[in-house]
Write a protein that binds this ligand. Structure first.
Ligand code: GLC
Length: 608
């Protein structure tokens, strides 16, 4: 069964216990490898067999491009991540499963055979995988107000992840966006804590009733805490707010996430009143782990410990202060060897107590045992058929329809009649990349046919009667008075994180405004469908539009937009964020006394 050298190593690590009755018969596996004892007993047994280096390896998370399988074995690496867009080639689900299984075999080749976890940002479906179902981004799900739908989306995402082996999802973002200038506005379910708290049902979908069931992955509530409350909406900025406001606005979704059993929490890059979250002992140790009773894994953000002192790279002091503050896993994508060396020095030097290392390992190992990784370490390829499958796409289409918010509908121009003669225009009308936004195949997302799906134009064509005319030109050229209505699908180009911060205007760009004007020039009713990650500054143009639908970032199932435009689904969405009258009003939120264009919770129906 084992070569003599491997037997010697396994014996040395005590993994295989000699039968009491003499003779080196290979008998009972070590207790931690036996699924019958309690998780706590298995953790105790394994922890007792681990060296300091074994424990440091479990706390280290490299990015897949910067670590080899052999190094995973040698260093006992505990987890690996794909950063945004980091995929095997060809980028298909089966190839992901092969990649994951290869890395897992390397981990299991170590003396203690501790499996890895593999983390990705599956923030609106398994969105790094070509062919996966891409669901609406969180701001659209917030508009749906449908917490059960969000749970279903979590479960569908977990199935598509399980097919590829990936078992740690850096989602849901439970941030509370307070300034729409923030580039991560669309990752928020909305501007009020109660909405984000309600949508933590995503965690139950991702993890299942309890960790370790079929298609159960570790969820991550992020980013702890106050990332949506920074001055000016600057990503990774400083939340200059009282503790009262921090606790009232930004903490409740984490309290809800912990109550739902979230397995991990990611720390925010941002600061609170000048103190970096990645070294915030009070908020991580005392509030999250103490007051909220969080017993899962606290993971840093990507190179999050590098940014503590504001200078590139990390120092021994940054490593010690982050780990002592309560971070259990460091996302150190490239400099992971130096992280291990520094942390070893800090432990040996007495600046990081062994009790902290053991606590971190206890948390990590507990989740691995609960996930069932010691028993079922490999991809569950039975789920491959669910990746981008009809059932999940139907769910996504329903989510798209539920997320549409009807903001204006003069003369009941909507719903359209399926025999109407329709002209469709706009750079976001026939473009999967534009309607999916950031975190889609690549980190920033990009325009174009980046993954299989149904564009909004495709959806309109399918909703219309086969005898009806549906014309399209991106810039609107060719429209004339013979059409019953014109639809301009416009909005924002894809972006993610700080690339989406908007310190200046929040209006439509010249191309989109020109397209809309061309349609108006034909003298036909103009319906604007806004594909954006946030409210936009459109008050000045709105009087000349006959109808306006906020479509947010729908993902691959654009037919859900057409379902509402043609009345196959009623518009039921309600604004998850206050809609500014002009960009100068930012931040503008419910109850702040400012007069918005549309208030939080606004949304028309076809009965209005
Ligand atoms: C990013 C994001 C975080 C993500 C992590 C890993 O910078 O801040 O949301 O989970 O890195 O991709």
């Amino acid at each position: 069964m084992f070569s003599s050298s491997v037997k010697a190593r396994l014996l040395a690590s005590g993994v295989l216990v000699l039968a009491a009755l003499g003779g080196p018969a290979w008998a009972e596996p070590a207790p931690y490898l036996d699924p019958r004892p309690s998780v706590e007993d298995r953790v105790d047994d394994l922890l007792g067999r681990m060296s300091l280096d074994d424990k440091l390896g479990q706390m280290t998370q490299p990015e897949r491009r910067f670590v080899t399988p052999e190094e995973i074995t040698r260093y006992g690496i505990g987890s690996v991540l794909s950063s945004g867009g980091s995929a095997p080639s060809p980028n298909r689900a089966e190839k992901w499963a092969d990649m994951y299984d290869g890395l897992q075999r390397a981990a299991l080749a170590g003396p203690l055979r501790v499996p890895i976890m593999y983390g990705v940002d599956a923030v609106h479906g398994h969105n790094t995988v070509v062919g996966a179902t891409i669901f609406p981004h969180n701001i659209g799900l917030g508009a749906s107000r449908d917490a059960d739908l969000v749970r279903e989306i979590g479960a569908a995402t977990a199935e598509e992840m399980a097919a590829t082996g990936v078992d740690w999802d850096f989602a849901p973002c439970v941030c509370v966006v307070r300034n729409d200038r923030w580039g991560r506005t669309y990752e928020s379910f909305g501007e009020v804590p109660a909405l984000a708290a309600r949508m933590t049902t995503a965690i139950e979908g991702l993890q299942g009733e309890e960790l370790g069931g079929a298609a159960s992955v570790l969820a991550t509530a992020k980013h702890f805490v106050g990332d949506g409350g920074t001055e000016g909406g600057r990503d990774r900025g400083d939340a200059q707010i009282s503790e009262k406001e921090l606790r009232a606005v930004h903490l409740p979704p984490f309290r809800a996430a912990v109550a739902r059993g979230v397995g991990s929490v990611m720390i925010s890059y941002s600061s609170w009143n000048g103190q970096k979250m990645h070294r915030h002992r009070y908020l991580i140790n005392d509030v999250l782990k103490g007051e909220l009773g969080f017993t899962g894994i606290v993971v840093s953000d990507y190179k999050g410990i590098d940014r503590i002192d504001g200078r590139p790279g990390f120092t021994r002091d940054e490593v010690a202060s982050a780990i002592n503050a309560g971070i259990d896993v460091a996302m150190v994508p490239t400099e992971w060897r130096r992280f291990i060396r520094y942390l070893r020095d800090e432990v040996v030097g007495g600046r990081v107590p062994m009790s902290r290392i053991d606590d971190a390992n206890r948390r990590i190992l507990t989740k691995k045992f609960e996930l069932g990784l010691f028993e079922r370490p490999f991809a569950d390829r039975a789920y491959l058929k669910t990746v981008g499958g009809a059932e999940h796409r139907e769910l996504a289409r329903r989510a798209v329809a539920e997320s549409q918010v009807l903001l204006k509908n003069d003369a009941d121009v909507l719903p359209l009649d399926d025999e109407d003669k329709i002209f469709v225009a706009g750079r976001s009308a026939d473009d999967i990349g534009m309607q999916s936004g950031g975190w889609t195949i690549t980190w920033q997302g990009e325009p174009g046919p980046i993954t299989p799906g149904t564009t909004i134009l495709d959806g309109v064509r399918k909703a219309a009667d086969p005898s009806a005319t549906v014309a399209y030109s991106r810039d609107g050229k060719g429209v004339d008075e013979s059409y019953d209505a014109a639809i301009a699908v416009v909005g924002e180009k894809p972006y993610a994180e700080y690339h989406g911060d908007r310190t200046g205007g929040l209006g439509l760009d010249a191309e989109d405004l020109k397209t809309i004007d061309r349609l108006r020039g034909a003298g036909v009713p103009v319906i604007v469908v806004l594909v954006s990650g946030r409210p936009m500054d459109i008050a000045a143009q709105l009087p000349r539009w006959d109808a306006l639908v906020a479509a947010w970032l729908p993902g691959t199932e654009g037919a859900g937009v057409a379902d509402v435009l043609y009345g196959d689904a009623d518009p039921t969405g309600r604004l998850p964020v206050t809609w500014m009258r002009d960009a100068g009003q930012q931040p503008i939120n419910q109850g702040d006394g400012k007069k918005p264009l549309f208030p939080f919770g606004f949304g028309l129906t076809y009965d209005d």
